[in-house]
Design a protein around this ligand. Sequence first.
Ligand SMILES: Cc1ncc(COP(=O)(O)O)c(C=O)c1O
Length: 414
Amino acid sequence: MTLPSVSRRGFLHSVGAGAAATMWIPKAVAGYTGVEIKAKADAGTLGVGVSKWELDTPALCVDIDKLEQNIATMKKTITANGIASRPHSKTHKTPAIAKMQLAGGSIGICAAKVSEAEAMFAGGVEKILMTTCNLSPHKIRRAMAIRKANRQYIQAVDNPENARDLNDAAKELGIVADVVVDVAVGTRSGVPAGEKALALAQLVDTLPNLTLRGMISYDGGVQHFKGFKYRSEEAVNRYAPSLETYEAMKKSGLNTEIFSGGGSGTYNIMHKVPGFTDVQAGSYIFMDAQYLEIGGEQNEKIFTDFTPSLTVMTTVLNTYFPGRLTTDAGSKALTLNKPDAIVIGEEGFSYNAGSDEFGAIRYETSNKTYKAGDKLELIVPHCDPAVNEYDQIYATRNDRVEAIWQVAARGHSQ
Ligand SMILES: Cc1ncc(COP(=O)(O)O)c(C=O)c1O
């Protein structure tokens, strides 16, 4: 991975990899499979602590201390800024983590897919805001079925026909469903800000089986703009039409109790928008190579507000060729996203996950001589799709597996 004006050594030290240097040293040890680890958990012997270095690979791990630290950082900052957080569960797809976020002060969670919302609800999470519209009759029925079972479910809507369909489905189930209007920033999703958005909000307000709760408005593009000052200015400027819509809704007497949006890149910016209520940040909980590159308020080059808590453990498979190593973590373990995965503790390694089953490392210098069977720890390119490659996350503390969390919504893309 190349970063313009920061050395890789400096970069890795800044993101905490320096601190991790004591634990990266690979060990040639037996690999425990997921089944074996689960058996240990069931027998109550997991607590004695299998090292993450002993896991069979590729294995997705999360450092609980760092995860908790990220939750605490989010809470501290948004509280100081007078807003709340409603983290996106599309990042982790894991009810156990959603519950930690709620316990850590979040007012609810978001879901991107109805199947994800179902998995969260089945996993014991009730405060769910679904940020994507459900258009097919099947999805509408499923969303309204969640609402019937769970009064705290809120559904996004961005077109009038869909609002009427939701209303009909809610009526059929004998419920009045909570709805937010999704107002577009850019062209991905949402009703255009202004007249169309206001008209939709008014329509929702008149439909007997829907209750308008306010609006959501998410700017995906701005989250990864590099440099805090530039990102701040752009985030606020690009949000101006959404703010005008919010004010028009308010002036018309519509319910605007929810004015939600923002992500990890703007979690400490969105409070500058008057009336804004909560940030939907997802990636902050894990961090990844993409977010490390955007720079933060304190560190212009590297986003150090949150600590990378999510890693993939990989095994070195081949060491025959000078300056090269092959690992078992390719695109199915890390995805094809860029920038490349970061090898913790080896500043000079470049990682290519372009092959399905293999990772290709190139290097000029290394901290040790590697042999087949050694293990390495990687920061993933982009956390959301990487997590979606795994059934479970090994939750570790001080490198020891403390729990196994099911990625309950893994593969739930409908
Ligand atoms: C609607 C919505 N809200 C929030 C997020 C969270 O963004 P991030 O993971 O960048 O914090 C996303 C991510 O794409 C999103 O689509």
